[in-house]
Ligand binder design. Structure first.
Ligand code: NAP
Length: 281
């Protein structure tokens, strides 16, 4: 099945909940030829969604009984909303999910031990990921439940490395990871939009301003990755004494940009911790 250097074991992969995230992961796996189209399948809750997924991705997508496919499947990616995971797991059990199948969950706020209550014998890996996996620039943190071996972890790593960067994280930090990285792209989109507004304000046409800002953000992020330098050092490099950058930086500090962004992460992490407890939001 696997055509790349990844070590995903032979067999089918089922995406349980082929919504925004499920489709993003599925598309990336297909685009990067990590899995053949006939070895990937998905499920949705409704027939309408299943039809859309089949058309978009060219994979089988079912909204009811999928035991035939489940029997040939050794990896299940659970991509439903937090308030849907219990019914999705109960359906998987009912349809005869093998106890040896690896279950990888991206469900926000739901711990491996909570999942293990529904699937006591399955190996479970929890993944906190984000939408840039759609363009191969995802950021994923992985942590293992008690039944997951190094091989299971390596399989999950191979899947998510095909769509971006992967780290391992202690499960106690998963809600923090959600606040920082799963929600993170939204913060940056807001920043990009605001900076583009700034460009428009000083006379640059909006389409050009967006291109300029997006490339500037990409360049700055790549500098952080490639140099390994602290952002303060990189910032100092572009801050000429009495120049324009220091004037702009002080304006941002006047607006409390640091604490505003840091508190945003704190708030998102707090909400993530409630989602897993089944609180409706
Ligand atoms: N969006 C993000 O940026 C992001 C980032 C990181 C993590 N997450 C997490 O990823 C998970 C999925 O988020 P999402 O934004 O992709 O949600 P979504 O677009 O609402 O997708 C959920 C999918 O699950 C399907 N579904 C619901 N119950 C099901 C069941 N019992 N069996 C099979 N399929 C079922 C839904 O089908 P229907 O369409 O028919 O209802 C839908 O296709 C969530 O836990 C979210 O917190 C999201």
């Amino acid at each position: 099945m696997a055509k790349s250097s990844t070590n995903i074991t032979a067999g089918k992969i089922g995406i349980i909940g082929a919504g925004v995230m499920g489709q993003a992961i599925a598309k990336s796996l297909l685009d990067r030829k990590i899995v053949d189209r006939q070895d990937l399948w998905g499920t949705t809750r409704t027939q309408d969604s299943a039809k859309i997924v089949e058309k978009k991705l060219g994979i089988i997508c079912l909204h009811e009984s999928y035991d035939g496919l489940l029997k040939k499947t050794n990896i299940v990616l659970l991509c439903v909303k937090p308030n849907q995971y219990l019914s999705a797991l109960s359906q998987l059990r009912h349809e005869g999910l093998s106890t040896s199948s690896l279950v990888i969950s991206i469900v926000t706020g739901v711990t491996t031990s909570a999942m293990q209550e529904s699937l006591p014998d399955n190996p479970i890996v929890r993944a906190i990921t984000n939408t840039p996996c759609l363009v191969g620039e995802g950021m994923t943190a992985l942590c293992c439940g008690p039944n997951a071996s190094e091989t299971h972890l390596a399989t999950a790593r191979a899947i998510f490395e095909s769509v971006g960067r992967v780290i391992e994280l202690d499960e106690s930090l998963c809600n923090a990871m959600t606040g920082l990285s799963a929600s993170g792209p939204a913060y940056i989109y807001l920043v990009i939009e605001a900076l583009a507004d700034g460009g428009v304000n000083v006379g640059i046409p909006r389409n050009l301003a967006l291109t300029i800002v997006a490339q500037t953000v990409l360049g700055a992020a790549t500098m952080v990755h490639k140099t390994g330098w602290h952002p303060a050092r990189l910032r100092d490099d572009v801050t000429t004494p009495a120049g324009c950058t220091i004037g702009a930086l002080l304006t941002l500090e006047d607006g409390k940009i640091r604490s505003t962004l840091a508190r945003a992460v704190e708030e998102a992490a707090r909400i993530a911790s409630q989602l897993g407890k089944g609180e409706d939001r």
